[in-house]
Design a protein around this ligand. Structure first.
Ligand SMILES: Nc1ncnc2c1ncn2[C@@H]1O[C@H](COP(=O)(O)OP(=O)(O)OP(=O)(O)O)[C@@H](O)[C@H]1O
Length: 260
């Protein structure tokens, strides 16, 4: 069974109207369990749309979207995935702990279970001491970690992330990248990650999916095989080779990327 399987998926917004947009066309994508896959491409190429289709926040115009071997709509009801977006999207009037408890509340978990799970998740993202704080009392990076803890609270097998570190400074970003990889390794979570950063995509991913602008298509996939994903990996030849390959593919030199 695969984590995500999209077959010949297309998405047209406002079909038949003057403002019709063919956002995605002919998308085939299979993501195995435990894989980390990044989506990268120029602004407006449909990365967020693809993520929203997987999350069943919008329906596909054609094709099939399966998550954990079931239709995306069923997977949403079964909470098969967690979502974290660029804006952490925390509720200001809830403490950090109660923000993380929210998906468990929606699932009808008991108070004791919610408490225990939130504590476990906050420890995982290094925020155990901030459970009683409110979001406004945290830095941007800490808020993003709360959002990740919340996304993981129901132990979903899949994590969907849309530029979660986009608003952060480079140092915080690199730290959170390392933390995210450690969490995914520990929990076995599969991840689909949207980013504008080539280096971020390469550092995090087993596979980088490169998309072209309207209608958004997959033009290349670059497999990344780093010896390890630590600071030393950021200096390794494999890392720089993969960056070059993704950059070429983004420039439209897909054939060269596929054969290099
Ligand atoms: N709800 C909507 N109604 C109409 N058009 C939409 C809607 N959502 C997205 N689009 C269009 O679909 C296309 C893809 O948008 P999307 O947000 O998926 O791109 P993106 O690759 O995530 O862009 P960015 O990198 O700038 O975030 C764009 O042309 C956008 O205008």
């Amino acid at each position: 069974m695969t984590a995500v399987a999209l077959t010949n998926v297309s998405k047209v917004f406002n079909p038949g109207r003057p403002d019709e947009v063919v956002a995605l066309s002919g998308i085939d994508l299979t993501i195995g369990h435990g894989q980390f896959v990044s989506l990268i491409g120029p602004s407006g190429c449909g990365k967020s749309t693809l993520l929203r289709l997987i999350a069943d926040l919008i329906p596909a115009t054609a094709g099939t979207v399966e998550v954990a071997g079931k239709p995306a709509s069923r997977a949403r009801l079964d909470q098969e995935y967690g979502i974290a977006f660029q804006q952490a999207g925390l509720f200001e009037w809830r403490t950090v702990q109660r923000n993380v408890e929210l998906p468990l509340e929606l699932r009808g978990a008991s108070r004791a279970e919610r408490r225990a799970r939130a504590a476990e998740m906050l420890a995982l993202v290094g925020l155990a001491d901030f459970a009683g704080h409110y979001p406004a009392q945290l830095s941007g990076g800490m808020q993003q970690r709360v959002a990740i803890a919340r996304a993981l609270a129901v132990h979903p097998p899949l994590l969907l992330m849309d530029e979660p570190f986009g608003a952060l400074d480079e140092m915080t970003r690199e730290r959170l990248q390392a933390e995210l990889l450690a969490i995914c390794a520990k929990t076995g979570t599969s991840t689909v990650f949207v980013t504008h950063s080539i280096s971020e995509a390469v550092f995090l991913s087993n596979r980088v999916v490169v998309m072209s602008p309207r209608p958004g298509r997959i033009t290349a996939t670059v497999d990344v095989d780093l010896p390890a994903r630590d600071d030393a990996a950021r200096q390794s030849p494999a890392y720089f080779d993969a960056i070059t390959e993704v950059r070429r593919a983004l420039r439209g030199d897909a054939a060269a990327a596929a054969t290099s």
